[in-house]
Design a protein around this ligand. Structure first.
Ligand code: NAD
Length: 441
C-alpha cells in the first residue's frame, strides 16, 4: 500500500547550495513568498488574494515501495504540490533528484502559477518530485519508480485536473511511461481521451514537435528581445552555461546558430573551459550517452570558482536553484544572466548583480517557453491535431515577445526589477479572475 497524506508541515533543507550562505538553511519557498509580497505591494494586490496565494491548495506526500533489480524493496518519497487552479488545471514538472524536498516543490509549484498567468495560459500551478538520484538506478528501476509513483498519484492528476511534465531528472521517456500508466488506470472507454494527462511526451505517443527544445528556445527568444533593446550583437557573443541537460544544452545549441559560442560549461560532475567554444551538438550527444560532461574531450577542467569568474557576455544558469549567491554574484563577469533554471539567484545574489549593472532575465519569464509549448501539446491532444514545428515556434516566439514587453513595461512604470514585474503581471491577471469570481461560498 502506498501511504498518501496531505500535510502542512514546514519545508526541509533545500538542495545543497552554492558556496554562499553556508551557515544558513536556504528556504526556497520563503524566497518565492518574499517576491510575492514585494510584487503584491507594487500593484496593491487585494490582501485576501495575497493570503490565498501565500500557501498551496494541496500538498500531497506519497511513500511508495519499488522492487529493485536485486529483488529488494526500497521505499521512495514523492511529492505533488498543487498551488493554485483558478485559471485552469494545475500544471508543472516532475523532478527526480536526491535533494527534492517539500520546500522546493512548494516554491516551484507557486512559480508555475505565476508563469502560467504571465504567459496568459488557461492553467494553474503545480509541481512534483521524487527524492532519489536517477543516475544511481538502472533503466528498468527508473521505469518502475515512475510507474509506481504515477499509479500512486491516481486521480490526483488528470488531463483536466493536474498535468505533469518533465523537469530535472525526467525526460520524454518518463512521460511516456507516466501516460501509459495513467491510461491503464482509467478503463478502456476513456483510454484515448487522456493522452493530455502529461506533456513533454515523445512525438510518437502524442507529444508535440518543438517541446523538447521549448524551454531553451523560449529563453533564446527573450535573449533576442533583450539584445535588440540593448543594441547587442548575439553574433560573436560568448556564453557560459551551468547545467547541460535539457535546458542548458538546447539554449547553447540554439544560440550557436545565432553565432554565439559557449566557452564554459558545468554540471553535477564538474566544469569545463574551452576559449575556442564547444560544439553544442557533440556535447549534447555526449551527455545523452554518458549522463554528464565528465570525460568530454575538448575542454580543460576548471573549478566551480573559476567558472564563475570567466569573462563572457551571457551566463545561462540551467541547473538548480540557489546557485548564484553573494560570492558568485561578485565574481560573475557577464552582461546578462538569463535564467533557464528556476530560482538560480538567491535574493542576496540578485541584489549584487543589479547593483553591478548586470541584467537579469528572470525565470518566471525567461524559462516559460517550456510550459507554453506544453500547453500547445495539451491543446493538440484535446483536438487530435498535429502542428508543424514552424507553427509551434511561431506561436512561441509571439508569446515570449508579448510577455517580455509586458514585463519590461511594468518594470519601467513601477520602477521595480524585472523579476518583481514578472510576478506583478501574473498577479494582475490572477487578481482580475478572483475579482470577477469571488470566493465560494
Ligand atoms: P536536466 O535534468 O535535463 O538537467 C539538469 C542539469 O543540471 C544537468 O546537467 C545536471 O548535471 C545539472 N546539475 C544538477 N545538479 C547540479 C549541481 N549541483 N551543480 C551544477 N549542475 C548541476 O533538467 P532541465 O529540465 O534541463 O532543468 C534545468 C533547470 O531548468 C531546472 O531548474 C528546471 O526546473 C528548469 N526548467 C526546466 C524546464 C523544462 O522544460 N525541462 C522548464 C522550465 C524550467
Amino acid at each position: 500500500m502506498d501511504n498518501q497524506q496531505t500535510v502542512s508541515t514546514a519545508g526541509s533543507l533545500s538542495v545543497p547550495p552554492a558556496s554562499v550562505e553556508k551557515h544558513h538553511k536556504y528556504e526556497f519557498f520563503k524566497v518565492v513568498q518574499g517576491y510575492l509580497d514585494e510584487a503584491a505591494r507594487v500593484i496593491d494586490l487585494p490582501e485576501y488574494i495575497q493570503t490565498i496565494l501565500s500557501q498551496p491548495k494541496n500538498e500531497i506526500i506519497i511513500n511508495f515501495p519499488v522492487k529493485m533489480d536485486d529483488g529488494s524493496i526500497r521505499l521512495f518519497k514523492g511529492y505533488r504540490v498543487q498551488h493554485n487552479n483558478l485559471l485552469g488545471p494545475y500544471k508543472g514538472g516532475i523532478r527526480y533528484h536526491e535533494g527534492v524536498s517539500l520546500d522546493d516543490v512548494k516554491a516551484l509549484a507557486a512559480m508555475m502559477t505565476w508563469k502560467c498567468a504571465l504567459m496568459n495560459l488557461p492553467l494553474g500551478g503545480g509541481k512534483g518530485g521524487v527524492k532519489f538520484d536517477p543516475n544511481k538506478v538502472s533503466r528498468d528501476e527508473l521505469q518502475r519508480i515512475t510507474r509506481r509513483f504515477f499509479h500512486a498519484l491516481g486521480s490526483n492528476i488528470g488531463p483536466d485536473t493536474d498535468i505533469p511534465a518533465p523537469d530535472v531528472g525526467t525526460d520524454a521517456k518518463a512521460m511516456a511511461w507516466a501516460m501509459d500508466t495513467y491510461m491503464n488506470t482509467v478503463g478502456s472507454l476513456f483510454r484515448q481521451s487522456v493522452k493530455g494527462v502529461v506533456t513533454g511526451k515523445p512525438v510518437a505517443v502524442g507529444g508535440t514537435l518543438g517541446r523538447e527544445k521549448a524551454t531553451g528556445q523560449g529563453l533564446v527568444y527573450t535573449i533576442q528581445e533583450w539584445a535588440e533593446e540593448r543594441d547587442f550583437q548575439l553574433g560573436g557573443a560568448t556564453l557560459i552555461v551551468q547545467g547541460f541537460g535539457n535546458v542548458g544544452s538546447f539554449t547553447s545549441l540554439i544560440l550557436s546558430r545565432l553565432g554565439a559560442s559557449t566557452i564554459a560549461v558545468g554540471d553535477h560532475s564538474g566544469y569545463l573551459y574551452n576559449p575556442e567554444g564547444f560544439n553544442p551538438h557533440k556535447l549534447q550527444d555526449y551527455v545523452k550517452k554518458n549522463r554528464s560532461i565528465a570525460g568530454y574531450p575538448g575542454g580543460r577542467t576548471i573549478s566551480r570558482e573559476e567558472f564563475f569568474k570567466i569573462k563572457a557576455d551571457i551566463f545561462i544558469p540551467a541547473a538548480l536553484e540557489n546557485q548564484i549567491g553573494i560570492d558568485e554574484a561578485k565574481s560573475l563577469q557577464v552582461r546578462l544572466v538569463a535564467e533557464g533554471a528556476n530560482g538560480p539567484c538567491s535574493p542576496e545574489g540578485e541584489r549584487i548583480l543589479i547593483d553591478r549593472g548586470i541584467d537579469i532575465l528572470p525565470d518566471v519569464l525567461a524559462n516559460a517557453g517550456g510550459v507554453t509549448v506544453s500547453y500547445y501539446e495539451w491543446v493538440q491532444n484535446k483536438r487530435s491535431e498535429h502542428w508543424t514545428l514552424e507553427e509551434v515556434d511561431e506561436r512561441l516566439e509571439k508569446a515570449m515577445q508579448r510577455a517580455y514587453r509586458e514585463v519590461v513595461e511594468l518594470a519601467r512604470q513601477k520602477k521595480c526589477s524585472m523579476r518583481v514585474a514578472a510576478y506583478a503581471v501574473a498577479l494582475q491577471r490572477i487578481a482580475a479572475a478572483y475579482g470577477e469570481r469571488d470566493i465560494f461560498p
